[in-house]
Design a protein around this ligand. Structure first.
Ligand SMILES: *Cc1c(COP(=O)(O)O)cnc(C)c1O
Length: 393
């Protein structure tokens, strides 16, 4: 059976070249980087080369790069670590309603610890408002964390402008760039960010590896304590092979960023146009300020989960909302934040394209999708029209 993988926002396939660079560190180069002998130093040197490589791509200093175990851990370390370490300066924090749970739940934890959090709303396209950001900043605001490109609807925020506003007001700025690294600018000087999270599994690297960029002047409290690895910010024996793989994956991503973005934008817009030709279908999130690989649509009167399962039987892999909200069967907090009627929240599907996606894949998907939607609509007890549903709002 033909397989069409359209779930690259959940995770990407490990790149062959990346795997090749990792293999020696899973075989003969197994030393502990903390060991003083040459087998240890061989691993240590490989990690430092990777750190150097990453820092050149991000335009930072090597000592500003912290290797972690995931995107989630980078987000947690940035948000929890910064807030806890700097709480004498103030206990007010800012974030948005459309963050990944790795950020959102870290803020929920901080609320329990006595911090106060402002959650910025987004407009119907998924973008935050700069005036609202400015108005939310107080004397005691120490940190703002705003997602660079959203994992569900692909909307891209004005990171440079947000950095500028935060900087002028002496607020430290963190961005979750896990979805952005394949397609958008990651130069931290250019972006003006203080903290930035990246992960490996979204850029054709191995799962279970992350990066936190931390600007030199910023202090963090570690969340994992022990042997003092990673400048004391992340204790525990380094996952050497994963770090090597992630650095290679980031290098490849930065090299192909431009051409791959242009290629995928064309495919994305073609696919969106074809989907919107189908009755009672709506695009979720901005049309322009959107990741080149993200398509998120709602099919009115249909359960998103049913579509996913029926497509899966045809070898087509897509997603409802994010992987985490798929598990909980709750309607996605991101779709909710757009202010859409509940009927549309439950019926959203995310197709995320990747480096292997072709136009033939998309045509095959459309061919299989149309009868699936038709069949599910016929089975649906609700039979409203999109215009009615949107009017009643
Ligand atoms: C995937 C993702 C994460 C979590 O990364 P893990 O490596 O799975 O922990 C965090 N933020 C965003 C935006 C993501 O897409």
């Amino acid at each position: 059976m033909r397989e069409v993988y359209l779930d690259n926002a959940a995770t990407t396939k490990l790149d062959e070249k990346v795997l090749e660079e990792m293999l020696p560190f899973l075989r003969e180069k197994y030393g502990n980087p903390s060991s003083l002998h040459s087998k240890g130093q061989e691993a240590k040197n490989a990690i430092e080369e990777s750190r150097e490589k990453v820092s050149v791509i991000l335009n930072s200093k090597p000592e500003e790069i912290i290797f972690t175990g995931s995107g989630t851990e980078s987000d947690n370390l940035a948000v929890l670590g910064y807030a806890r370490k700097n709480q004498e300066k103030g206990r007010h924090l800012i974030t948005t309603t459309i963050e990944h749970h790795a950020v959102l739940d870290a803020f929920k934890k901080l609320e329990k610890e006595g911090f106060e959090v402002t959650y910025l709303n987004v407009n119907s396209e998924g973008k935050i408002n700069m005036e609202e950001l400015k108005d939310s900043i107080r004397e005691d605001t120490i940190l703002a964390s705003i997602i660079y490109a959203n994992n569900e609807i692909g909307v891209i925020q004005e990171i440079k402008e947000i950095s500028r506003i935060c900087g002028e007001n002496n607020v430290t700025f963190h961005t979750d760039a896990c979805q952005a690294a394949n397609y958008l600018e990651t130069d931290v000087e250019e972006l003006g960010v203080d903290l930035m999270s990246l992960n490996s599994s979204k850029i054709y690297g191995p799962k279970g590896a992350g990066i936190l960029y931390k600007s030199k002047g910023k202090e963090l409290e570690p969340i994992v304590h022990g042997g003092g690895q990673e400048f004391n910010f992340r204790s525990g024996t380094e996952n050497v092979a994963n770090i090597i793989g992630m650095a290679k994956a980031l290098e490849k991503a930065s090299k192909h960023r431009q051409e791959e973005s242009e290629r995928l934008k064309k495919l994305r817009d073609y696919f969106i146009n074809e989907l919107l030709k189908m009755e009672n279908t709506k695009l979720n999130g901005a049309k322009e300020d959107r990741l080149p690989n993200n398509i998120n649509v709602s099919f009115l009167n249909i359960e998103g989960e049913s579509v996913i399962l029926m497509l899966s039987e045809e070898g087509i892999y897509a997603s409802t909302g994010s992987a985490c909200s798929s598990n909980s069967l709750e309607s996605s907090h991101v779709i909710k934040a757009l202010g859409l009627p509940a009927e549309l929240g439950h019926s959203s599907i995310r197709f995320s394209l990747g480096k292997d996606t072709t136009k033939e894949d998309l045509n095959y998907t459309l061919e299989k999708l149309r009868p699936v939607i038709k069949k599910l609509r016929q089975m649906s007890p609700l039979n409203k029209n999109l215009s009615e549903v949107l009017e009643n709002e």
